[in-house]
Design a protein around this ligand. Structure first.
Ligand SMILES: [Zn+2]
Length: 309
């Protein structure tokens, strides 16, 4: 990003999330537990997730940056933005850190959009290669957040079957799209263009957030999907076209991505598409069988979008 002079984007230091902002998702005892663990110098929470002395401060800013992104999009009128911070968030449950995640940044951001900005419909696309179990569960029964996830299966954390579609009033507002290992640009691109983009056009969210992990990249050591930088750029273009059609701002919140080179190259491919002055031209994206299957599952609730797929 530095080599590209950050594509001319304005860079802003992330503020700390406040207790009130975190408490919309996490009970104060969970926040306090992370604070105390860091104050003691850190320690292991589970096999993957270890806090160090700086974790609490970093996690506060990762959540606070996602909140600031929402403020920029919904209060300042910015059309797009990126919260490029770690630790990631989408595995964090309300009261449990896991999978390198301590606070659920994208969930705190979506909750902020609802509570502080009066948004009524927020769509989250989680394209991290792992299922965002935390975000999935936090909004499971909530019809104001439509959670869509494309994730490799089987893979950590093992959640997110297609049949998990939400519960109670949130039934139908969780759209899980597991894909097999070795899936690449064609599968992911088709699911975004032919499932997520129609949901954006049909539901007209006031905000679209992406849990943007880059660990579906072919060079990533933790998973076996085979996306390229161009694949991530293509998904971003699909989202931009759909967001432009409904006037929704589009924000990316960084999640995973464990090849530093692939992460850097993917960000450098995505950011110019996100920030381009004109909406990317429509391209012909073939309907992959997995996209057709997802459309069939969604057709009953969204007949206008998926009835004829
Ligand atoms: Zn991941």
């Amino acid at each position: 990003m530095e080599r590209h002079e950050w594509f001319g984007w304005e860079r802003v230091q992330a503020p700390r999330a406040t207790g009130d902002q975190l408490s919309r998702v996490h009970p104060p005892a969970h926040v306090e537990a992370i604070a105390q663990l860091s104050a003691r110098g850190g320690g292991a929470i589970d096999m993957d997730t270890t806090a160090v002395a700086g974790t609490y401060e970093a996690a506060l800013r990762a959540a606070g940056g996602a909140v600031a992104l929402v403020d920029a999009l919904l209060a300042d009128g910015d059309p797009c933005g990126v919260s490029a911070l770690r630790p990631p968030g989408h595995h964090a449950e309300t009261a449990r850190a896991m999978g390198f995640c301590f606070f659920n940044n994208v969930a705190v951001a979506a909750a902020h959009a609802l509570a502080a900005h009066g948004a009524e419909r927020v769509l989250i696309l989680d394209w991290d290669v792992h299922h965002g179990n935390g975000t999935n569960d936090i909004f499971h029964a909530d019809p104001s957040v439509l959670f869509c996830s494309i994730h490799e299966s089987p893979l950590y954390p093992g959640t997110g079957p297609a049949q998990d579609a939400g519960s109670g009033p949130g039934e139908g507002f969780t759209v899980n799209m597991p894909v097999p290992g070795r899936s690449g640009d064609a599968v992911h691109g088709s699911l975004v263009e032919h499932v997520v983009a129609p949901l954006i056009r049909g539901w007209e969210p006031q905000l679209v957030l992406v849990s943007a992990g880059f660990d579906a990249h072919r060079a990533d050591p933790l998973a076996s999907c085979e996306l390229s930088e161009a694949g991530f750029a293509g998904m971003t273009a699909s989202l931009r076209r759909a967001c432009a059609d409904v006037g929704a701002p589009l924000g990316l919140v960084l999640e995973g991505g464990y090849s530093v080179e692939a992460l850097a190259a993917s960000m450098a491919a995505v950011v110019p598409v996100l920030g381009a002055e004109s909406v990317p031209a429509a391209v012909d994206v073939p309907v992959h069988p997995l996209a057709a299957e997802a459309g069939e599952r969604l057709a009953a609730r969204w007949p206008d979008q998926f009835g004829t797929m």
